[in-house]
Ligand binder design. Structure first.
Ligand SMILES: Nc1ncnc2c1ncn2[C@@H]1O[C@H](COP(=O)(O)OP(=O)(O)OP(=O)(O)O)[C@@H](O)[C@H]1O
Ligand SMILES: [Mg+2]
Length: 269
């Protein structure tokens, strides 16, 4: 696998200024506290293993997977997984929000889509299309969606022609609304959900880390954050830690309680 530019910040590629670039090193820094349920970890490991066995797969004439779609509620690790893949594969991450490339002239939108894929074809990377449903929505219903069908066709074509050293990842909260033809072009699908009790425990422990704390702080955080996303857990625990740092004290249950009142997480369970 190519490591071109993996550890340096890439310049913004000509023609795709709408993309953000992260070096593999930056990606590694962001995923230090990732919690993946075993079933998702297994899917990701298998995906990476296969990429390291290209010759064997070519020998058996079995295509190598290169497209992952991730779906699930907000704040559960979809974007983080794209960073994780880039770190593991030592490739830069190129992040594009599809809602940001929609232009009032749809011809321009289709051309933006093409430019992004051309870039990924020429430069090995993990291409991450966030807010994927913004374009890949089902082609039924209203006129606006019908007009978008042309852009969806461009996207389909780009997906079919996607090959080389890059990996495509896409994320959405609205998998039910994705166009079926788009959906079936992804060889790998990963479902995200809110953390269960064990995952919450693991994550809160990682967030507190070796920061000095009273035992009850952990307990309260666990009790009060049940049903919240990882993102909410992170916000509350970090807010509580800030309070402890200001007071130059260890992290207490009172800090967590205060952070909860201020941050107001909205449990989705
Ligand atoms: N599985 C996880 N493990 C560790 N941290 C997580 C996890 N999921 C989310 N987080 C934390 O929550 C924040 C948001 O996560 P992320 O951006 O991956 O969510 P997302 O699923 O992409 O959400 P959205 O649908 O809103 O884009 C990140 O700062 C990350 O640190
Ligand atoms: Mg995201």
């Amino acid at each position: 696998m190519s490591k071109t530019n993996a550890n340096t910040r890439l310049p913004r590629a000509k023609g795709i200024d709408m993309a953000a670039f992260y070096s593999a090193k930056e990606c590694a820094r962001r995923v230090k506290r990732i919690v993946l349920p075993n079933y998702n970890r297994k899917i990701i490991e298998e995906f990476i293993t296969i990429l390291g066995m290209k010759e064997k797969f070519e020998h058996y004439d079995v295509p190598i997977p290169n497209k992952i779609v991730m779906f699930g509620p907000p704040g559960t690790g979809k974007t983080l997984t794209a960073f994780y893949l880039a770190k593991r594969m030592e490739l830069p991450l190129i992040l594009v929000r599809l809602d940001a490339i929609i232009h009032s002239h749809l011809g321009e939108t289709a051309s933006n889509v093409r430019k992004i894929f051309e870039y990924a074809k020429a430069t090995p990377c993990v291409l991450f299309l966030d807010e994927f449903d913004a374009i890949a929505r089902t082609r039924e219903n209203n006129d606006e969606v019908k007009e978008m069908a042309r852009v969806v066709n461009t996207l389909l074509q780009c997906l079919d022609e996607f090959e080389g050293g890059s990996i495509l990842t896409a994320a959405t909260n609205l998998e039910a609304e994705l166009d079926k033809a788009i959906w079936r072009r992804f060889d790998t699908k990963i479902t995200y959900s809110l953390p269960d009790k064990k995952e919450a425990e693991t994550y809160i422990a990682l967030l507190i880390g070796d920061f000095s704390h009273e035992e009850q702080a952990m307990q309260i955080a666990l009790e009060q954050l049940t049903g919240c996303s990882y993102a909410d857990m992170e916000q509350v625990v970090l807010k509580a830690k800030r309070k402890a740092i200001i007071e130059d004290r260890r992290l207490t249950a009172a800090h967590i309680e205060e952070a909860l009142v201020e941050y107001k997480p909205q449990p989705s369970l």
